[in-house]
Design a protein around this ligand. Structure first.
Ligand code: PRX
Length: 631
């Protein structure tokens, strides 16, 4: 069955149907996948308890949908095209047939090392084909993958491994990013000192940097592949069996393991992929995200492969060897769909259009944006210089927790408006609510964005702590899923996401919890307390501004700043490094000891003239000091 919507009228009809009869709507969509046994009940849900089940009783394996079912007719179609960091190195194309073989073989490697259905496996790898293979091999045998982005520190890896009690880690010796070589295996080794659950580490070769290999625990991917059969029947999974865990930051210190299950996630990732991008068979889809984030899970691996598409996987960075790299890749592979983040667009804008001149971008049909609000200037630059005013831009709003795109234009079908994610996809019922939890009806209004009805890709739980899932997403507003985002609905009913309303900052499209950064800073010798807020940043969207109280005034402030950055890098990773650190002697606290972040945010934004009411502060004098020392 073709899942694609073909006109705006059809979108409106489907949307209506999806609201009036969600079960009928999604039941029909789900028919187009391969199920070993049909489901008995399409939807069972209770937002108060955070219990959501889609396609209950249905049996399937997602890899049969992503691989096996394409073999007969499309076995020779490229499934994954891989472009290495260094453009002079050879590229790799894996057809569906070859990808199937490699996934089956590696699935048997996992089995040989004791992996079984339900086990959690941590994957910490560069953007090489083996990463996608490892992900799919887990799914093949029913093991739950937990991919950790290759930029996270050993401490972050250890926290994630321990939270999920992973028994196997799949990694690489190292990774290449631009002109840097990053040691991955040694970072894993450091992590594993704290991880008693891990029995085996499987290492694929990428940089061939020297690594220590522990007898009995570590083995080489390439050697192991030779010792197993290439035949691996897929494990039969229940629609609600766990598919993966992906950790993401929230308002509290500890990242949470967002859990997605098999059936609903598959249906949602593929449905949104085919519709939003209007993917046509034979096209090349280039999503520039890393598989370590949800965007890579849904729109490099599962969505495209479940749709029989060709997915381009890029190992490098947009500015290496120069700022024309994306355009070289588009030209080289005749990319049709380019899906990237506003931060990348803004950074490339800074290099001017010289790197675009002379590059053939005529293959492009659709441009996508994800991860953070896209400012109008970047939207127009993307439209004018990359899409040449001929490619629709889909500004896709969604989250790790939503599994797939929620509010977005359908390419070429929904009229777009710069800065707007436009309209909800079929099956998505957004509502704006005020502080009291009242739904705000009508248009030309703004409020907190909630979703009032489940969709198949919705988060099922936070690993090991269901109550946390209930509290975080389903308790703020009764009977609704709360997104954590602020949003406005304009006179035309179009949605524009205005940013997080909680203590989460979005740096270069990556979610970082302020509490997480504060905890890391506070671990530094001599730091007494800190407070972290976001502030507008030209390229990153938001930057991280830290106010830090030290025991003693630092003798060399610059050096202490660098030391603190080193500590944050060690505890979380370079992505969480503050852009600015201001040393202060106190923080603006209320009498009950709560930090008034509103004031800190204003100072960080450079808006010191109107700080609002500060009379409730315990010591209003600290505000003057903070203002005068603002960076
Ligand atoms: O604040 C929203 C922002 O990114 C958050 C979700 O981050 P994460 O779970 O890491 O997933 C990112 C990729 C899906 C959201 O709560 N966000 C995401 N897309 C947009 C966006 N903000 C505005 N416009 C978007 N298109």
């Amino acid at each position: 069955m073709d899942l694609k919507i073909n006109s705006f009228e059809e979108y409106q009809e489907k949307y209506q149907q999806s609201v009036e009869d969600p079960e009928g709507f999604w039941g029909e969509v789900a028919q187009s996948f391969y199920w070993r046994k049909p489901w008995k009940k399409t939807l069972e849900w209770d937002f108060n308890e955070a219990n959501i089940k889609w396609f209950k009783g249905g049996k399937l394996n997602i890899t049969e949908n992503c691989l096996d079912r394409h073999l007969a007719e499309n076995g020779n179609t490229p499934a994954i095209i891989w472009e290495p960091n260094n453009p002079d190195e050879s590229t790799v194309t894996l057809t569906y047939k070859v990808l199937h073989q490699r996934v089956c073989r590696f699935a048997n490697v996992l089995k040989k090392h004791g992996a079984k259905k339900g086990d959690r496996i941590c994957i910490y790898m560069p953007m090489i084909p083996e990463l996608a293979i490892a992900v799919l091999a887990c799914a093949r045998i029913g093991a739950v993958h937990s991919v950790v982005f290759g930029g996270f520190s050993s401490q972050s890896i250890a926290d994630r491994i321990n939270d999920a009690e992973c028994n196997i880690v799949v990694t690489s010796d190292g990774s290449y990013r631009g002109n840097k070589e990053i040691p991955l295996k040694s970072t894993v080794d450091d992590a594993l000192i704290q991880c008693p659950s891990v029995q085996k580490v499987i290492v694929s070769t990428r940089t061939r940097t020297p690594v220590s290999m522990l007898k009995g625990r570590d083995c080489w991917w390439e050697d192991e592949e030779k010792s197993v059969s290439g035949d691996c029947p897929a494990e039969e999974m229940d629609a609600e069996d766990m598919l993966f865990i992906l950790y993401t930051s929230g308002s509290t210190g500890k990242p949470k393991g967002v859990v997605h299950t098999t059936g609903g996630y598959m249906v949602y990732a593929a449905y949104t992929f085919q519709n939003v991008f209007q993917y046509q068979p034979g096209q090349v889809h280039f999503c520039t995200a890393d598989i370590g984030w949800i965007t890579g899970h849904s729109y490099i691996v599962y969505g495209p492969l479940a749709s029989g598409a060709t997915s381009l996987m890029f190992e490098g960075v947009p500015t290496y060897p120069d700022a024309g790299r994306f355009w070289d890749v588009v030209e080289k592979y005749k990319v049709n769909v380019l899906y990237t983040a506003p931060t990348a667009i803004r950074s490339l804008m800074g290099f001017g259009t010289g790197f675009i001149d002379g590059k053939d971008l005529s293959s492009l049909t659709t441009l996508g944006s994800v991860g953070e609000p896209i400012n109008e200037e970047a939207w127009h630059w993307y439209d004018d210089n990359i899409g040449k005013n001929k490619c629709p831009i889909v500004d896709t709003w969604w989250q790790t927790e939503t599994g797939g795109i929620m509010i977005s234009p359908i390419a070429g079908i929904t009229p777009t408006k710069p800065g707007y994610a436009t309209l909800p996809l079929p099956g998505v019922q957004p509502v704006l609510v005020d502080e009291q939890g009242q739904e705000i009806e009508g248009n030309d209004v703004s409020g907190n964005l909630c979703i009032k009805f489940p969709w198949p890709g919705i988060i099922r739980t936070t690993y090991g702590d269901h109550e946390r899932c209930r509290q975080t997403y389903f308790s703020t507003y009764k009977g609704m899923y709360f997104t954590g985002d602020g949003c406005l609905r304009d006179a035309d009913g179009y949605y524009r996401i205005t940013g997080r309303v909680d203590d989460v900052i979005n740096v270069s499209g990556h979610r970082i919890g302020t509490a997480e950064v504060e905890n890391a800073i506070n671990m530094h010798l001599g730091v007494v307390e800190s407070a972290v807020v976001g502030y507008p940043h030209d390229v990153k969207g938001q930057g991280i501004y830290a106010y830090v109280i030290c025991e003693k005034t630092p003798a060399d402030a610059d050096l202490t700043r660098k030391d603190i950055l080193a500590t944050v890098t060690r505890i979380i990773g370079p992505i969480a490094k503050p852009d600015k650190i201001q040393f202060v002697s106190g923080l603006p606290k209320t009498r009950s000891g709560k930090i008034m972040r509103r004031i800190l945010r204003k100072v960080a934004e450079g808006e010191t003239s109107n700080l609002g009411d500060i009379s409730t502060l315990l010591d209003p004098a600290v505000v003057e000091e903070i203002k005068s020392g603002a960076l």
